[in-house]
Design a protein around this ligand. Sequence first.
Ligand code: X2X
Length: 341
Amino acid sequence: MKNRLLLFPVLSLVILSLSMVTAAEAAYKKEYKMSVVVGPKLPWGAGATKFTELVREKTGGRINIKVYTSSSLMAGKQTNEFLIHRQGVADFCFASTINWSTTIKPLNLFNLPFFFPDYKALDAVTQGETGKKIALLLKKKGVTLLAWGENGFREITNSKHAITKPEDMKGLKIRVVGTPLFIDTMKALGANPVNMNWGDAQVAFQQGVVDGQENPVVGVEIPVKIWQFHKYATIWHYVIDPLMLTVNNKVMESFSAEDQKIIQEAALEAAGEQLTTVRKGLIAPDLSALKILENNGMKVTVLDQAMRNSFKSKTLGVYQKWVPKIGEELVKSAEQAIAAT
Ligand code: X2X
């Protein structure tokens, strides 16, 4: 009798918790979409895959994310990525600040020419107060920044001649992403910039439609075997290209607290690993990545700080034009963080 009396509350509890599970799971999508601009074989694309694997494994398959590479969620137009992310077409992104900077002006901070001298400066900005300000700004626009990864310092390659001084840039037809600041910088240096999506750019290199391009060595230039098209590389660290691993706010809020924690941890692990990968071979004394370029027949020129300064002074007007658009306060906060390194 005693047992039977107990049975009813126990049974109703079981039924109640079962229906709660069903409700929670029903709120989860069968498949979440993650956008990446490049292909799966680049460290950037591989980092996205790693994140989805970690999430799938740690949630026991509750959260299943599919990576859509090569800008496929925005029909190749990489500068539309933030818009489709905010709309919820892409639930997650592993994104370059460059591609979002046309829609979110403060992200042009990372595009300022010759602004970040080294990795220490970048880390001080992303991991410090400035990084927090950027995360807050993104949150207000509808997306949550989970972790910073990296494409790398962007270095120029071309098929015409070695670049050691600003005059060497004169008249070179350089492919850049469709963002106004890059056009301004290339013009200030005397080059002839051409906007092109990444998918089209690779065809353009093959056909020799452009003389050169700028991208990170380990992140992009080695994986795409840039030596097939260009003989000259200049390591000038003119722009840094951090990556942001993000989730749409509403999607994040739809997850249980436990799953939110799993997502946050998986993002830090996958992006952290990806960042380590793309720095390998680029920091003295290990310059093995530059050796790979040389071993494939490229002439590699590494600029010292004095040489960099001559390029920097040529682009001073770009800095002056863009600081107000980025926000004086954000730029100052980054400058203070860099000065303290
Ligand atoms: O288009 C590029 O150059 C790339 C792949 O590096 C970016 O998406 C910024």
